[in-house]
Design a protein around this ligand. Sequence first.
Ligand SMILES: [Zn+2]
Length: 403
Amino acid sequence: MANSPVGNRDLIRAINRSKILNTIKSYGLIPRAEIARLTGLSPATVTGITADLIQDNLVFEKEVGDSSGGRRPIMLAINPHGGCVVGIKVMEDHALGALTDLEASLLVKQSFPLTDTSPEGVSLAVGELVVELLRLSANPLSSLMGVGVGLAGIVDSGQGIVCQSPFFGWTDVPLRELIQNRVHVPVYIDNDVNTLAFAEKWFGAGQGINDFLVVTFGRGIGLGIVVNGQFHHGLRGGAGELGHTVIRPGGELCACGKRGCLEMYVSEPAMLRQASEAFNQGQLASQPHTPEELVALAESGAAPAREILVQAGQLLGQSIANLINIFNPQCILINGEGVRAGRWLFDAMRASIDEHTLPSLRQDVSILVEPLGDDAWARGAASLVLHELFESPINRQRDSEIA
Ligand SMILES: [Zn+2]
C-alpha cells in the first residue's frame, strides 16, 4: 500500500501537514504566504492543508496589525485548546499524571498509588488516573488526543513493549496495548529519561537545539540522546544505559548482574553506602540517611563527606567527557533528584569534564544543571503525544521500518 499512488499521495500530504504544523508552531503567528515561502509548498497546498487543520481545531485564524486602509493580514496560530493530552510517569509505588494543552502547558496534575504492580494492575491504575485527570480538568474524553507513559527500564517505544523493568521485574510486557485497551485513545510509551528529553526539546532548554544529551542523576544514572533533531532509541529502545557502563572492571556487583557499573559509584544510593562505610570506620561523626544529610555534613566541614561527593563528581564528569567526545553535542542537560548534591559534586564534575574532553569539543558544549521536578517528567510524557502529532511521518516510518 505504501508504494501505491494513493499511498504515496497520502504520505506526501501527511508530510506536508507536519511541515506546516511545525512551521506554525515555530513562528507562533504567521500568514499563509509566509508558510508557503518557508516550506516551499504551493499557496494552494498551504490553503488546502491549513483548512483541514482549522477544521480539526488544531490551528486558528487571527486578524492582526494595522490594516493601513486595506485588509488586515490574517495570521495562523496553533490552538492550544484544540485538545488535551495526558502524560504519566510510572514510578515504583505511584504514578504521577499531568494533563496539558497542545502547547504542553500544565492544566492539572494528580498522583495515584500503585498497589498492584503486575502489568494488568499498572495499566488499570493508569486508566483510572486518566479518567481522574479528565474529571479534574473538566475536559471531555472526546478532547483527549492521546496518552504518553514514561517508566524506568528498557522500553521498545516503536513496538510498545517494556522489554525490561527493574522496578517491577517485567520482561517483554506489551504495556501500550494493555493501556490502550483501557483508555481507547492512542498510547505512546517510552523510557522515562527519554520522556524527560522530550520535555527538554518540547518546552525546556533543548528547544531549537538539534544535538543535545540529557543526563539524569539520582537513584540511577540515565541518558537521553537527541542527534540531528531526532531521538535516538537504539535497536530495542535500550540506548542510553549510561549507569551500566563499566568504569571499574571486576568492581562492585550491580543489580544488573555485572560488576563495576558507573551507578555503583556515582548514584545517590552508592554515595550513601560509601558514607555508611565511612561512619562504621569512625571517619564520620554521624551517618547520613538522605543525600541532603550527606551534603549538610560536607557543608559543615566533614572531609570524608566532601570526598565522597567530589569523587562521585569526578567519575560523573569523566563519563560525560566520554559522551562529549563521542557525540559532540551542543548542550548537556543534567537533571533528576540528584542535582540536590550541590556544589561539591558539580564543581568536581565540571573540572573533570574540562580535564577529559577534547579541547576543541569542550568549547562548543554548554553544561546545564537543572533542578526539574517530577512535573517535568510527566509533562515530558505528555510531549510524547504532542511529538507524534507534529512529527513528520518520514521519521515515524523510519522507526517502524527498522522495528
Ligand atoms: Zn549495572
